[in-house]
Each structure stands twice: as structure tokens, then as C-alpha cells.
Design a protein around this ligand. Structure first.
Ligand code: GLU
Length: 477
């Protein structure tokens, strides 16, 4: 597989998800930060699918990751590379490590390894491989396929100047000789990551801090291979409200679920960038502005709590500010999902969306609210119907329908005039007409201003809906 060799100084980041589930918010935030850093520095953003765990990796998950990235607009410059297409390369590197004395075969059986760990535990040491085969001259047992272990340095320490977390120092004495190739010949995560980061000339490894324990091991392997060490930036975890790492338990969902629920990608990205990074008191960032400002120095050092209310606030804000045509275009697929077909005589989606933009948190909610502009309600809010669809309401609705029918120039102002006149004629104020009219037209108890709604729904449908409601009022006795 061709992997390009970039200029020495070019910034190259990578997002390296394991396709074992959806692209979740934590992954999306990592991808965003990798993307921003590369764009900020005019570099390259590489997408790499770490699919060597064949049992847990699925094509569906690869698709979900690619769809999620595309929906968010986080375009990669290279890839996606698939680790399963690079297995020969990993084997070649393992062989090189063996040839150069930086790796060795280990025939310890699972039972022996268990006993080793148990012994360490009872002696109060960390459970770890004890190096039995590191320098062994013994004849290997027959019929056992060995694993291959990295010969970790015994002395010294690994010093990492993490761009987000600051300095981290780990003694080599803490690290055991990790397995880099399994008995079946497949590479382990720590090996393939190092080979890929080296071959793909990654300059900045930006990832979740659940990987921070792997970093000194990866650095040692990279050093044995003479690879240039990338800068590391480990991002603090995203937490649920209980302070534990965000997971499905907290109702966390894949990125594409946010798409289906009617969040705008710009709003989710803006929410995610603030989840772990700040620039003064600013809250609202377009992608361009993020690219302009993003850097490691203001990445949070502690975990951030995922706050769905803030995401809702952000989404609403973005909905409010979207130009009409863009809002209509974003809304259209949600109407289709709900089976709503805006026919040629229907109000334009841009007009409907404009009327609803301040009232909805998501596009899905907006699509549901838009339904009454495209079809007459078949069900009515039960509580409101019990109160308003009663014989006493029939009169005011009859007067309204009669007056509306006389309007020549049907628009929000003329409708408003007609409604006011009717209310004046009937007496009792707008509260006697507003709620039953709203219920008749929209099926619900809340909506934008009735004159606007009525103007958009259109004369024929409005007159039909009110007449139908009058029937319900009279039948309710
Ligand atoms: N594949 C790893 C994961 O999805 C990430 C590895 C890395 O970023 O180094 O957790």
C-alpha cells in the first residue's frame, strides 16, 4: 500500500479509530482536534482504521465512522488506511526487531503466565511478565507457537512532554516486555500503531488519555526502530454526569444518531470543540474560526462533563442563525423521514422553517411542528380537545370561518384583521378564540402566532380544518 512520504516539517495528524462500534462523541472530538491541528498548520490529516481485532471489527462500524466523519465535514487528506491491509509490513518490522535483538520469542503458556501474575501479586509486585524467555538459552518446547515480545529497556525512564498534559515520566522498570506479535502471527495494537505512525510520518499523535499508558511503550518501540518521535497530546476523557467515563450507560449515542435526531453538524462540532478546549469566554466557533485559533495550550487538563442541555442550546442557536434556504434544506430530509410530502400548493419550506426556527431545539422537532403546514391534523391534543371541542366553542369558530372566507388578499395581516374583528364581535377577548383555533388548525396547544400559521397553511385547508373542528365541537355533546 502506498504511503506518501511528506516533507520533514509538515504537520501530519491522524485519527485512528478501531471499528468496533459507532463513531461516538469522544471519537468525534478526537477527530476534530486532529483535523483542526492539521488545518491550522497547513498540514495533512490522515484517517486510519485500526481493524486488526477481527473479532470485534465490523464493516458496519467502518461505514458508521466514515459516515460520521463525512457528516461532520471532517475531511481527511489521506486514507482511510486499513491496518488489515498492512499485515505483511508489521511482520517485516517484527522480524527486523528480532534480527536486531530488540524482540524475542516467548513460549510461556497461559497457565505459566497466570502463575507468574499470581506470584507477583502475592509478593506485592505489579502483575507482569517476568522476562523468563528474554535471555533464555533453553530449548523451546515443541508444539507451542511463541508470541514475540519487545525487549523493553531495563534501565532509565521515558520522558514525555505531552502537549496537553505536560511532562510525564515513566521508569522503564515499570514496563514489562509487551507482546508485539501474537502466536497466530498478528500484530498487537502497540506494534501496529508505532509502525503506522512511523510509516505515515505522523508528527502529532492526538488521542484520548485512555492511551497514555501505552505511550511510553510505543516510544520505546519507535526508538528501537529509529523512528522520529511524534509530539503527543492526550485529551482528557469526556465524562457522564456521574463523573464516570461517558458511555452508552449515560445515553451516549453515535454521531449519526445526532444527525437523525436533527442536530446540525456545525452545532455538534462547536459543542465538541468547547468540550475540552477554550479560547477566552468565546462559545461560538465556526469551523474556520476553530482552525484559526486551535492550539494545545488551552486544552483542558481534566475531564469534561457531557452536557446534553448545552448541546441543545448550541443547536438551537445554530438553527436560529441559519439562512432560510439553508434551514429549509436541512429540514427537508427530516420531513421526508416523517413521510411528509410538501406538494406544489403547500407553503414553501423556507417560510415554514422561518416561522419555526426560534421554537425548536432540533430539526426533527421542527419537522414534527411543520407537519401541520402540510396536512390537516388527524389527532388532537387530548387535554386541549376536552376543554375546547365543546358545543359552546362552535359559535366562535363558525363566525371565524365565515369571516376568514371573505378575505380577498390572504396574508398574515389580513388574517390578523379578520381574527381581531371576529373576537370583537363575539366578545370575551382572544383567549376564547385562540386556543380552539390553534387546536383546529395545528392539532396542538402551542404554535407560532395564529395569523402567521393560518396565512401559511392557506385558505382552503384552513376553512376545512375549522369546519371539521366545528363538527367535533357539536358532536361532543
Ligand atoms: N485505535 C485506537 C482506539 O480507537 C486509537 C489508537 C491511537 O489513537 O493511537 O482507541
Amino acid at each position: 500500500m502506498p504511503v506518501s512520504t511528506p516533507d520533514a516539517m509538515e504537520v501530519r495528524t491522524r485519527f485512528a479509530p478501531s471499528p468496533t462500534g459507532y463513531l461516538h462523541v469522544g471519537g468525534a472530538r478526537t477527530a476534530l482536534f486532529c483535523y483542526l491541528y492539521a488545518r491550522r498548520h497547513g498540514g495533512q490529516f490522515v484517517l486510519r482504521v485500526e481493524d486488526t481485532d477481527r473479532e470485534r471489527s465490523t464493516d458496519e462500524s467502518v461505514r458508521a465512522i466514515l459516515d460520521g466523519m463525512a457528516w461532520l465535514g471532517l475531511e481527511h487528506d489521506e486514507g482511510p488506511y486499513f491496518q488489515t491491509e498492512r499485515l505483511d509490513r508489521y511482520r517485516e518490522i517484527v522480524q527486523r526487531l528480532l534480527d536486531e535483538g530488540n524482540a524475542y520469542r516467548c513460549w510461556s503458556t497461559p497457565t505459566e503466565l497466570d502463575a507468574m501474575r499470581e506470584r507477583a501479586r502475592t509478593e506485592g509486585r505489579k502483575p507482569r511478565y517476568d522476562g523468563t524467555w528474554r535471555d533464555s538459552e533453553e530449548t523451546p518446547p515443541s508444539g507451542v507457537d511463541p508470541v514475540i515480545r519487545f525487549r523493553n529497556p531495563l534501565e532509565g525512564s521515558v520522558v514525555i512532554d505531552d502537549a496537553a498534559k505536560g511532562r510525564i515520566v515513566i521508569d522503564n522498570a515499570e514496563l514489562d516486555d509487551l507482546v508485539i506479535q501474537r502466536a497466530d502471527g498478528t500484530p498487537t495494537y502497540n506494534l501496529s500503531v508505532v509502525v503506522d505512525d512511523m510509516d505515515m510520518a505522523i508528527t502529532h499523535v492526538i488521542r484520548g488519555d485512555d492511551h497514555v499508558n501505552n505511550t511510553p511503550r510505543q516510544i520505546n518501540i519507535a526508538e528501537a526502530l529509529g523512528a522520529r518521535r511524534p509530539v503527543y497530546a492526550h485529551l482528557p476523557m469526556i465524562l457522564g454526569e456521574d463523573g464516570k467515563r461517558l458511555s452508552k450507560r449515560h445515553g451516549a449515542v453515535g454521531v449519526m444518531q445526532y444527525a437523525a435526531d436533527g442536530y446540525l453538524p456545525e452545532a455538534l462540532l462547536n459543542y465538541l470543540v468547547r468540550l475540552g478546549w477554550s479560547h477566552g469566554d468565546e462559545e461560538i466557533f465556526t469551523l474556520e474560526r476553530m482552525i484559526e485559533l486551535f492550539d494545545f495550550d488551552t486544552i483542558n487538563t481534566s475531564g469534561s462533563v457531557f452536557d446534553s442541555k448545552k448541546l441543545d442550546w448550541m443547536n438551537q442557536r445554530y438553527l436560529q442563525r441559519l439562512p432560510n434556504t439553508a434551514l429549509a434544506a436541512a429540514l427537508a430530509p427530516h420531513l421526508t423521514t416523517l413521510g411528509i410530502d410538501a406538494g406544489p400548493d403547500s407553503p414553501t419550506l423556507a417560510a415554514v422553517a422561518n416561522l419555526l426556527r426560534d421554537r425548536c431545539v432540533t430539526l426533527l422537532e421542527m419537522a414534527k411542528s411543520a407537519e401541520c403546514f402540510y396536512r390537516a391534523p388527524v389527532t388532537f391534543d387530548e387535554k386541549a380537545a376536552a376543554k375546547w371541542f365543546v358545543p359552546a366553542t362552535a359559535d366562535v369558530l363558525e363566525k371565524t370561518v365565515a369571516r376568514l372566507a371573505t378575505i380577498d388578499d390572504w396574508n398574515a395581516a389580513s388574517v390578523q384583521g379578520a381574527l381581531e374583528e371576529t373576537v370583537d364581535a363575539v366578545g370575551g377577548g382572544f383567549s376564547t378564540l385562540g386556543p380552539p383555533l390553534r387546536l383546529a388548525i395545528t392539532g396542538g396547544a402551542a404554535s407560532p402566532a395564529m395569523n402567521e400559521v393560518i396565512a401559511l397553511v392557506g385558505r382552503d385547508s384552513v376553512l376545512q380544518r375549522i369546519s371539521y373542528a366545528i363538527g367535533l365541537c357539536l358532536d361532543s355533546d
